[in-house]
Design a protein around this ligand. Structure first.
Ligand SMILES: C[S@@+](CC[C@H](N)C(=O)[O-])C[C@H]1O[C@@H](n2cnc3c(N)ncnc32)[C@H](O)[C@@H]1O
Length: 303
């Protein structure tokens, strides 16, 4: 059989109604020009501005509804998990309206600081059982209303670490069985780019760092890894460093700026330094900010 080498031209595929295999060199233009694809409005995305050196690699102990340290358009990736308003020690007992308004204000401020083409990834779990409260749907609705374009939805399968709950409702009875969520969402959005729409070019001197296997794995929409122990991180709702690490490798170039507006114990900052990116974090709890600083310093000793 003749060997295919890098100079062999491949025939491009095109989208069929039920998807296709062999999608490299894929021509999807007909599919994406269909009427239900929204028009992308990039008229209000602003311009990219470099954040001053002295505001970077810092955790700020105040609310992220006002991130005045950051210039407009200075962040390339936001990764966060918002407070859940479920009675954790930092949660205020907000009404749903007030809670959504808090998230909306932080997302709107995130829009201001995000560079054109920058990505925004929100890790969120749904809440409640009677009824089930689809927080992820509210985040999608609010982020879209602000102007972010949705780029995907990752299901984080938390596996055995999350499967121990016995809150199944009525045991082996159709009376009132209840689903036990073993997953969370990572919702991926983008501030459109005025020239490319969705692409982002590497700025001078910055480069891709993601490896082949990581890329193949992280571009699938279901991710499998264990949750972070709350006790070990000294925080009631931490996410593991693996979560921001994957997003940072996938969506940023070396030297890019990564923001976490609800930074907690600093997992996003740790992942950013480990991958050669810059970080900025915000948290209203001075105690968590101190824990984050300690964990970041500790992680730097290991490198
Ligand atoms: C779900 S936790 C984030 C945990 C983090 N991903 C980690 O791995 O440690 C949410 C955090 O948001 C903080 N927080 C609550 N309201 C805030 C606000 N308005 N601005 C900034 N931080 C806030 C809380 O103190 C809490 O640490």
């Amino acid at each position: 059989m003749p060997r295919r080498d890098s100079t062999t031209k491949r025939r491009s595929t095109s989208t069929s109604s039920f998807g296709a295999s062999g999608r490299s060199s894929h021509d999807s233009s007909a599919f994406y020009s269909r009427a239900f694809q929204p028009e992308i409005d990039a008229s209000n995305v602003g311009e990219e501005h470099a954040a001053p050196e002295d505001v970077l690699d810092r955790i700020y102990a105040h609310a992220s509804e006002d991130m005045h340290e950051l210039p407009d358009g200075s962040v390339h990736l936001m990764v966060t998990s918002p407070p859940y308003n479920v009675g954790k020690e930092y949660d205020e007992d907000l009404t749903m309206e007030d809670y959504r308004s808090l998230l909306h204000r932080v997302l709107a401020e995130t829009w201001r600081v995000t560079a054109p083409g920058g990505r925004v990834c929100v890790n969120v779990a749904n809440l409640g059982r009677k009824p089930y409260i689809p927080l992820h749907a509210y985040v999608i609705s609010d982020a879209s209303e602000i102007g972010f374009q949705m780029r995907g939805e990752i299901i984080w399968d938390k596996g055995a670490g999350a499967g121990t709950s016995t809150a199944w409702g009525s045991w082996r009875s159709a009376s009132n069985p209840t689903l036990r969520d073993t997953h969370e969402y990572i919702l991926v959005f983008q501030k459109p780019h005025p020239k490319t729409g969705f692409g982002r070019k590497a700025p001078e001197g910055r480069e891709n760092t993601i490896g082949r296997d990581d890329f193949l794995d992280s571009t699938k929409s279901v991710w499998h890894f264990s949750p972070q122990s709350a006790k070990r991180a000294n925080h009631p709702a931490p996410f593991p460093v693996e979560l921001p690490r994957r997003l940072i490798e996938l969506y940023t170039f070396s030297g890019d700026v990564v923001l976490d507006p609800f930074v907690g114990t600093g997992a996003t900052a740790i992942a950013a330094t480990a991958t050669g990116r810059r970080y900025v974090g915000y948290d209203t709890s001075a105690e968590y900010c101190a824990t984050a600083e300690e964990r970041i310093a500790e992680s730097l000793k290991d490198t």
